[in-house]
Ligand binder design. Structure first.
Ligand code: ZN
Length: 455
């Protein structure tokens, strides 16, 4: 008996070693010789190997382990930089039934520019959008994963077609019922004609149902009160101006809505922003600055976009919708233009204090019909660059997209890093985006699970 044991142990060990040398781990896709960008730690791992099967990253190994793995498809990344796919947290699919097909073309543009997930912020083609979302999930359509608010909630005279009118508790309840019924992922508020009272009621109603709520705010409402009621975030930076103005409360009391903008900008108190934001933002609060579209619309008075490279990829019907904002910009007099430029400067100044105060900044482009010359995909790359111009480090700018995006939906465990068991939504860049954020424009490859796209 003793003898038998003595012999069998070394035999067993030998078998194990033999098996591990012989049987290689098999994956659908192997990306070899890549540099992995970790945006959270701001570090690069050199000479790495990433194995993907289905939609998940199954292994991440140094190249020295190359002999232990094999795959159906092997791609040599040639030392290019691999990072998680981008999230655009503010996009629109809209413009009426005649523009549905032109909106569908956006899906390809997002993928081509590394955007593997979008958060739709309300439009008028929810049924089509939900159908695309399913087809993309079933892999019968190429496109980014889609989260949507469904229709926006607005007041009696909504600013955008397709919005739901909320004028009473009854209409609020039926609006929230219908959002839940279509499977909306969050609630988007719009301020076309929403009363302050119903604004707070929407927030409380969404909070009660466990729905995240963000959006515009009636300019005369009180952000502090909205946050206390359960507001999860704001889209654009207008709604912080009253808090950062030295006369914000008295200006709000005038009930002038957006007409109070010049006064709010003139009384912007740069000294107190940090303190104000720290008092305002206590828990988890999301802010989508949309800096790039602010740049585009500010410069629209003088800029000629007819030779834009990407204009050829936009449908004629959508290009026609660009006229509205373009005419408005061209028609601005010198004073109005000066205020538009001042607004742009102040919005940029707000980003760093917001970041320091612990706001969870989201990268959102606001691309879509009517938002002139803000191109799907490209505009998200430009938003990341604009965030660094506003003071964020390249790593922090990337975090607003690839980590904060999933975090908004409680999905941070499945995304945001190239590591085992995370979703295999990845982009390959020719240069290091942590050194120069503009490297984000140089996408070589987009990997979405077992689907690989070359822009
Ligand atoms: Zn928008």
């Amino acid at each position: 008996m003793k003898n038998h044991l003595r012999f069998s142990l070394p035999l067993l060990l030998a078998t194990v070693i033999f098996t591990s040398c012989d049987k290689k781990e098999h994956y659908h896709l192997l990306l070899e010789n890549t540099r992995i960008v970790d945006v959270e730690s701001g570090t690069i791992s050199d000479r790495m190997l990433v194995g993907v099967t289905g939609d998940s990253i199954r292994t991440v190994l140094p190249m020295s382990e190359r002999n232990s793995v094999e795959a159906d498809t092997v791609i040599n990344a040639n030392g290019n930089y691999l990072m998680p796919g981008l999230w655009d947290m503010h996009v629109h699919f809209r413009g009426g039934d005649t523009l549905i097909e032109e909106n569908k073309e956006f899906l390809k543009m997002f993928l081509d520019h590394g955007v593997t997930t979008v958060r739709d912020a309300g439009g008028d083609m929810t049924p089509s959008l939900l159908q695309w979302r399913n087809e993309i999930m079933n892999k019968t359509l190429a496109g980014p994963d889609i989260f949507t608010s469904g229709p926006k909630l607005d007041g009696e005279k909504p600013a955008w077609p397709g919005s739901l009118q909320v004028t009473s508790t009854a209409s609020l309840n039926s609006a929230l019922d219908s959002l839940e019924k279509v499977g909306a992922d969050y609630v988007k508020i719009y301020d076309g004609s929403l009363s302050d009272t119903m604004y707070y009621e929407i927030i409380k109603g969404a909070e009660k149902r466990g729905l995240k709520v963000t959006g515009h705010m009636p300019m005369d409402a009180d952000l502090n009160k909205a946050i206390s009621a359960g507001l999860d975030g704001i889209e654009h930076l207008y709604y912080l101006l009253a808090s950062t103005s030295s006369a914000g409360d008295s200006i709000r009391a005038l009930q002038q809505g957006y007409r109070s903008l010049p006064l709010l900008l003139d009384t912007y108190d740069a000294q107190k922003t940090s303190k104000v934001f720290q008092q305002l933002i206590k828990g988890e609060f999301y802010v989508t600055p949309t800096l790039h579209i602010t740049d585009v619309l500010t410069d629209l008075k003088y800029e000629d976009h007819r030779d834009d490279n990407f204009l050829s990829q936009i449908g004629d019907g959508i290009i026609k919708t660009y006229t509205r904002r373009e005419m408005a910009a061209k028609g601005r007099d010198e004073t109005a233009q000066a205020y538009t430029e001042k607004r742009r400067t102040i919005f940029k100044e707000m980003v760093q204090p917001l970041h320091e105060a612990g706001a969870i900044i989201l990268a959102g482009s606001d691309c879509g019909a009517f938002n002139s010359y803000v191109y799907p995909g490209i505009s998200l790359q430009e938003e990341l660059i604009a965030l660094t111009e506003a003071g964020l480090s390249p790593a922090d700018a990337l975090i607003t997209s690839v980590i904060h995006g999933p975090k908004f939906f409680g999905l941070e465990k499945s995304y945001g890093k190239i590591s085992k068991n995370k979703m295999a939504h990845m982009i390959l860049l020719a240069e290091d985006p942590l050194k120069n954020i503009a490297a984000i424009r140089g996408i070589q490859l987009v990997i979405k699970g077992d689907q690989i796209y070359t822009p």
